[in-house]
Structure formats: C-alpha cells, structure tokens
Design a protein around this ligand. Structure first.
Ligand code: ADP
Length: 382
C-alpha cells in the first residue's frame, strides 16, 4: 500500500515536471473559465506568475484577450469536440503577437466535463519571418516590375528616336551628295570637296549607328529575325572585304578564300553585317600600316571565317564581356576609336541565329582574331 502510494506520488511528480517543463503553454480552465492549472510557459506567455492565475477567470485577468478565447472554449464545452491548431493573433502588451492554440475537452473517464484543456505555442517569430519574407518578395517584385518598365521605356525611346533620326539624316546625306555632284561641274575647290566628304562620311557613320541601335532594340525584343535564302558565302566575303579594303586607308586588307564556293542557308543582309562589322573593327583597331587578313576555309560541313589583325589587341579580362551590348574594352577609348559597343552584340546574335558560333582570341598590343563558324549546306559545290 505504502509502496503504491509512493509510486503514485512519484508519478504525479513526474507528470507535474512534464507539464511544467513543456516548451508549450499548458492550462486547464473550468466551466466558468477559471484557471485550475497553468504551467510556467503559459504563465510566461500571459506575462503573469502561475500563482496569480489560479482561481481567477480569464476575463478578470485578460478582459480583451478572453473575448478571443472564450467562444472557442465554449464551443469545446458544448460540442465535446476539440479545436486543434487554431491560429490566433492579437496585440498584447503593445506588440502584435500570434499563437497556434489547441483546446480540448477534459473529463475523468466517463464522468462529466471538468473543463477545457489549453495548449499554446507562440508563433510570433515565425509570423514575423513570414511577413518579412512576404515584404522582401513584394519589394523584389516591385523592383523587377520597375526595371522591366524602364527597359520598355528605353527600348521604345531607342526605336522612336532612331526612326525619327533616320529621315533627316538620309536627306542630309542626299543633299551632300547632290551638292558635291552639282559643284563638281562648276569646279570644286579642294577645301569644299573635303568638307562635303566629311559631311557625307559622318552622316553615313551616324546612319550606321542608328541602324545598330534599331537592331539592338529588335534583338532585345526578340524581333531580330532572319530571311533565309541559299547564298554563296565565298562571294559575299569577297565583295564585303573588297569594299572595306578600298576604303581602309593606311591599313591593308588581304583576302584568302577557298576557290571552292561555300554555300550556306542564310540571311544575306545579316551575314554581310557580320563580315562588315568584323573586318571594319579589325581595320579600326589596327595601327596605320597594319594588315588585316580575312580567310575563308572549309572544314568538313563548316565554313570558317577568320578575321585577324595586328592591332591594339584586347585585354584578357575584357574578352568574356566583348559580345555584351554597350561593352567597350578599356583600350578602345585610349586608341581614340569611337564607337558605342553594339556591333559585336548584334554580330553574335546573327551568328547564333544561323546556328553558328563566334570566338575571339587576342593578345594585348599584338592583335586579335575573330572566328565565325557557320554550317554549310549539304549540297554545296566543292
Ligand atoms: P565598338 O567598336 O563600336 O566599340 P563593337 O561591339 O564592335 O563596338 O566592339 C566592342 C569592343 O570590342 C570594342 O569597343 C573594342 O574594345 C573591342 N574590339 C572589337 N574588335 C576589336 C579588334 N579587332 N581589336 C581590338 N579590340 C576590338
């Protein structure tokens, strides 16, 4: 008997420990919502010592909060069913706090209901972390929307400005050519001829820049599309590099192309742009007296165009960014070569759209080589 009592006492003490040490708030209230038992955690959550709870009603102690709890406790008492995992949120001691609560009926065996068992787990910090995550996500969404809107405005501006600039420029160029032709008959002075050449040359440069800007805005909107036809790449390379050679001034452009005609399925205008950009870059970044060599060869089913110069070269750290829009290697500025850094981005896109690849090798101060590989047509004439 004594032995049993002792066991009973030990068990009660253990149970008491278990309740007191629990990391969740535990309490029992009777039918009038008077606290019968409260553990330390719940007392701490409520901000009152355990002893001050016992025998007092929830309404006496927490008139505001009990308005939230009591309907749920009443529901447990009337239905005899538990309320599990209910989220409550309220301002408590000047702070917004939240908790997940479970309320359940407590009865001794088959006897009448003794009251409501209460389990409370505070979730304020999870809620705060969740709210912070939401806030950051919303800020990120806003920032992305703003950035996208800015890009749309920029693209619209680029394309409107470029279109609007094109017409007056074309008329300027036309007038310069007309004046030159007219004046030639009347014996043009050398100085006037040079001025008209400068006007014509600069207007052509501007027109090319505008075309590049328009292409870039097409590229960024995914609208740089190809009109493909079967064409002879060898002829195209010969013609375009010949034209640039004629105007290359103190730089020599030498061409060596396979005698074979290499046929590709491609957009003639766009491929011309690729060749023209690479060869004129090689000329622009060369030193006077330098040589640019343009080589077209066949390797299996691939046409390989190599454009090499002995010019200023490109610093190694600039190579990975060379095909990005608006990127210019630092030494381009010091070489006093003007440009806006769009050409290679467009060249890259055109080559990729032709299922080809482009690569660059360069040594600072020694020169650069750009290699374009394009798939050949099956029925090319070798
Ligand atoms: P741009 O020449 O108008 O600046 P590109 O897009 O054609 O623009 O070229 C991007 C950059 O790549 C240039 O600013 C230059 O730094 C570098 N680059 C291109 N081709 C050469 C070359 N042949 N030699 C040296 N640097 C080059």
């Amino acid at each position: 008997m004594q032995h049993q009592d002792h066991t009973g006492e030990t068990e009660r003490a253990l149970l008491e420990l278990l309740i007191q040490a629990a990391p969740v708030g535990i309490a029992l209230v009777d039918h009038e919502f008077r606290y019968l038992r409260v553990n330390e955690r719940l007392a701490a959550l409520n901000g009152l010592p355990v002893a001050e709870h016992i025998g007092r009603t929830a309404f006496e102690l927490f008139p505001e909060l009990s308005r939230l709890w009591e309907p749920l406790w009443r529901q447990v008492l009337t239905t005899g069913e538990p309320v599990i995992g209910h989220d409550l949120s309220a301002e408590f001691e000047g702070e917004q706090r939240s908790a997940r609560v479970s309320y359940y009926p407590v009865r001794a065996g088959d006897g009448p209901l003794l009251g409501v068992g209460i389990l409370v787990e505070e979730t304020t910090s999870q809620h705060r972390a969740g709210a912070e995550r939401e806030r950051l996500l919303a800020a990120e969404r806003r920032a992305r929307a703003q950035a996208e809107a800015a890009v749309r405005v920029r693209d619209a501006f680029l394309s409107i400005a470029a279109h609007e600039l094109k017409n007056p420029l074309a008329s300027l160029l036309g007038q310069a050519q007309l004046t030159r032709r007219r004046a030639e008959g009347e014996g043009l002075s050398e100085a006037t001829r040079r001025s008209l050449d400068v006007i014509g040359g600069q207007a052509t440069r501007l027109a090319r820049m505008i075309d590049d800007l328009l292409d870039l805005s097409r590229l960024e909107q995914g609208q740089l599309t190809l009109v493909r036809a079967i064409l002879c790449l060898s002829e195209l390379v010969r013609r375009v590099s010949g034209e640039i050679a004629a105007a290359a001034g103190p730089v020599t452009v030498s061409l060596s192309a396979d005698t074979a005609q290499l046929w590709v399925s491609g957009d003639a205008g766009r491929l011309e742009q690729v060749i023209s950009n690479l060869v004129s870059n090689a000329v622009r970044y060369s030193h006077p007296g330098g040589t640019v060599s343009v080589t077209l060869t066949r390797e299996g089913q691939t046409a390989r165009l190599l454009v090499s110069d002995q010019g200023i070269g490109i610093p190694a750290e600039a190579l990975p960014r060379l095909f990005e829009p608006f990127y210019r290697a630092p030494n381009a500025e010091s070489h006093h070569t003007s440009g806006i850094g769009i050409g290679l981005a467009i060249v890259h896109e055109i080559v990729v759209q032709h299922d080809g690849t482009i690569a660059v090798q360069s040594e600072l101060g020694r020169g650069s080589s750009f290699t374009v590989a394009l798939p050949l047509m099956d029925k090319d004439e070798g």
